[in-house]
Design a protein around this ligand. Structure first.
Ligand SMILES: N[C@@H](CCC(=O)N[C@@H](CS)C(=O)NCC(=O)O)C(=O)O
Length: 204
């Protein structure tokens, strides 16, 4: 498998999970401006949507959308318990949480990266985000995990997205459980290795 990634982007979540599950893969850096890949390809031919993450399988199929990629990976090693079995109520509950992280937190934070958006608009976006973070804070206060009692693919996704908070000036001072989550998940070997590999990948 090949994981197309940009350093510290949302592709970090499947990157963490690939390492957590010790699956064989090749990370391929993408330049999100030029859409060129480190192995010399036009990324738009791999994912016409033009964004990471993309996972290219051995048979040439390409998976996109972080939440789908994460579940595909978890299902390759069900014994690791990173997602409940497909078709169960628990799996649907995990999907709800992945959706929440994707559509409320990830998509809620993305516009804050834009220099074209005025500061008063960003302040409104941060206000809305704070309400969503309040929900996540309560979830994490119970078990320390974004879903269920142990590490799951939702933790990899949440860790990735919350990693942008400092740069985007999203204030986490009112959310101690979210800050603790950053520390505990950030201490996992898979996370340390993924962050190191992304930081050391030569620029494209
Ligand atoms: N819906 C997609 C969104 C992916 C996404 O937002 N990717 C960002 C990085 S976090 C990206 O590559 N943006 C570059 C672009 O849109 O040109 C998913 O959940 O995977």
């Amino acid at each position: 498998m090949k994981l197309y990634f940009a350093p510290n982007a949302c592709s970090l979540a499947p990157h963490i999970v690939l390492r957590e599950l010790e699956l064989p893969f090749t990370p391929v850096r993408v330049n999100n401006q030029t859409k060129r890949t480190a192995d010399g390809r036009d990324f738009l031919e791999i994912n016409p949507k033009g964004y990471v993450a993309a996972l290219e399988l051995e048979d040439g199929n390409v998976l996109t959308e972080g939440a789908a990629i994460l579940q595909y990976l978890a299902d390759l090693r069900p014994e690791a318990g990173l997602a409940p079995a497909n078709g169960t109520l628990q799996r649907t509950q995990l999907q709800a949480q992945l959706n929440f992280i994707g559509s409320e937190l990830h998509a809620g934070m993305s516009p804050l990266f834009s220099e074209a958006i005025a500061e008063p608009v960003k302040a409104l976006l941060r206000e809305k985000l704070a309400k969503r973070l309040g929900f996540m804070e309560r979830t994490l206060s119970d078990s320390g995990h974004a879903f269920g009692e142990g590490f799951s693919i939702a933790d990899a996704y949440l860790f990735t997205v919350m990693g942008w908070s400092e740069h985007l000036r999203v204030d986490l001072s009112a959310f101690p459980a979210i800050r603790r989550h950053r520390e505990t998940i950030g201490a996992r070997r898979s996370v340390i290795e993924a962050l190191r590999a992304e930081a050391q990948a030569p620029a494209v």
